[in-house]
Ligand binder design. Structure first.
Ligand code: ZN
Length: 481
């Protein structure tokens, strides 16, 4: 029996032909799309189990979030870090994050995943690099929560071999032995990755859970580890992922420790290949952008983190000109106090334009709404090495998001509904979301899960972490910096 989506206002398939249909229908059987077309739908009623009316809605492939840290959902908008630069921001955050446990991680996954589903995402990466206590148990709690949500998940089983900059020296007086909860001993990291891949990685078509590998940042101090992680990822068929935005001090460190530059180090360590994608990619030189493109790597552009932490603008037009694949990531909720997939796609469409208006030719390189949508759907799927998601066409997984354009926030956007969705609108909430053929959002609400219960559970876990961290360190997280 089939399930039908009927009377779709506008359907953007993101297929190779760039199909856009108005007054359209989609037929789903099991977890896959089997047919689509313009109304009237010819499928006889006796073959239809259920039908959803999406008139007034724009329908797109379920959005794909390429970078996140779900656990950070527990530490949003902390006054002590609101005005901090990246290293000071991390200094304020690590004492809180050291309190993470399975219960908190489960709530964080539910909250982050629910927010993603409610804003149109059906697939998300979670760069899960912090594992205080039993990392295997944290991953198991997360896998269970993602299955409960019905969200397609790529967990990058990360690690923290070192702390950034001078943070180890600054944090040790505060945290003492609890520093061990933040850092992973080098000899344990590869076995951790192997256990995660063996237990959870599913490389089948339509997989709901895949595992990737990657420490929190490029670890110049431990070249053998970087090489081993890349080798094991290749052996297991897993993706590789880490943060990459080489600041001047990072370039200096690569030169001092290894006599090379960051990109050459990654190349020599086996990281420059398809299946590798980096978060941010800001502060790359033109020749480095070209090298990443030629190697088939991708970038997760996280526009709100750039704004929140004051990073230099990511040169998205330069990436696109060089053929470097780019998708969108919301990033962790400590550097994106939101976590809204549609919200950040809207920002990605606009942010790269900042500061370029004086150049008469530059606007030709600005993205259009269709470019931004491709980034978050078909291009992101390719970066993850998947051809089963990111498009609405027969044979692909039924990952579909619908947004209601009948509200006043979209009124007047009659010439281009997709432009209306991405350039107008004050609400990022999806009206209807299907993932793997299962309805996860209907009427703008989660199906089978109480959003208020998820928020309340997450708040309770977050309050407990703040109270414990305050008791241990004396830090007052609610005080404005
Ligand atoms: Zn990040």
């Amino acid at each position: 029996m089939m399930r039908l989506l009927r009377h779709i206002g506008w359907l953007h398939a993101c297929d190779d032909a760039g199909t856009v249909l108005d007054d359209a229908w989609i037929a789903v059987e099991g977890a896959r799309i089997v047919a689509l077309g313009r109304e009237p739908c010819p499928i006889p009623a006796e073959r239809v189990a259920e039908s959803h009316d999406l008139s007034g809605c724009i329908v797109v492939p379920g959005l794909i979030n390429l970078h996140h840290h779900f656990f950070q959902t527990l530490t949003r908008a902390v006054p002590a870090t609101v005005r901090a630069r990246p290293l000071d921001w991390l200094f304020g955050m690590y004492p809180l994050w050291a309190e993470l446990d399975e219960e908190a991680h489960r709530w964080a996954t539910l909250a982050a995943g629910a927010e993603l589903l409610l804003t149109g995402a059906t697939t998300s990466v979670d760069h899960s690099y912090l594992h205080p206590g039993d990392g295997d148990a944290l991953l198991a709690a997360q896998a269970e929560a993602a299955a409960e949500l019905g969200l397609r998940l790529h967990v990058v089983r990360g690690s923290m071999p070192t702390l950034e900059g001078d943070l180890a020296r600054r944090l040790r007086p505060l945290l003492g032995d609890r520093m061990d909860r933040l850092l992973d001993p080098e000899d344990e990291i590869v076995p951790q990755l192997e256990r995660a891949a063996r237990r959870w990685h599913d490389d089948a078509d339509g997989a709901m859970l895949r595992i990737g590998f990657g420490p929190t940042g490029v670890t110049y101090e431990k070249p053998a580890l970087m090489r081993a992680v890349a080798d094991r990822a290749a052996a297991f068929g897993c993706g590789l992922h880490t943060h990459l935005h080489p600041r001047p001090d990072e370039r200096e460190k690569a030169e001092r420790l290894l006599g090379t530059d960051p990109i050459s180090f990654l190349d020599a360590s086996g990281w420059l290949r398809p299946g590798t994608w980096f978060a941010h990619g800001s502060q790359l030189r033109p020749d480095e952008i070209r090298r990443l493109a030629e190697a088939g790597c991708g970038v997760a552009h996280c526009p709100r983190t750039i704004v929140r932490l004051g990073f230099p603008l990511t040169p998205i037009p330069a990436f696109r000109k060089a053929g470097l694949a780019v998708g969108v990531g919301v990033d962790g909720a400590a550097s994106n106090d939101s976590g809204s997939m549609l919200g950040d796609l809207r920002l990605a469409l606009l942010l790269h334009r900042v500061g370029t208006a004086a150049d008469a030719d530059t606007e030709k390189d600005w993205m259009r709404p269709a470019d931004a949508l491709a980034m978050a759907t078909r291009n992101a799927a390719a970066i993850l090495g998947r051809d089963d998601i990111g498009r609405i066409e027969p044979g692909k997984m039924a990952d579909i998001a619908a947004f209601d354009l009948t509200g006043v926030a979209y009124a007047g956007a009659v010439t281009d509904p997709l432009g209306g969705l991405l350039m107008a609108g004050s609400d990022a909430r999806a009206s209807f979301v299907m993932c793997h053929g299962s309805v996860r959002v209907a009427g703008g609400r989660l199906v089978g899960m109480d959003e208020r219960r998820v928020a309340a559970g997450t708040n309770a876990a977050a309050r407990r972490m703040v109270a414990q961290a305050t008791a241990r360190t004396g830090l007052r997280f609610a005080d404005a910096q």
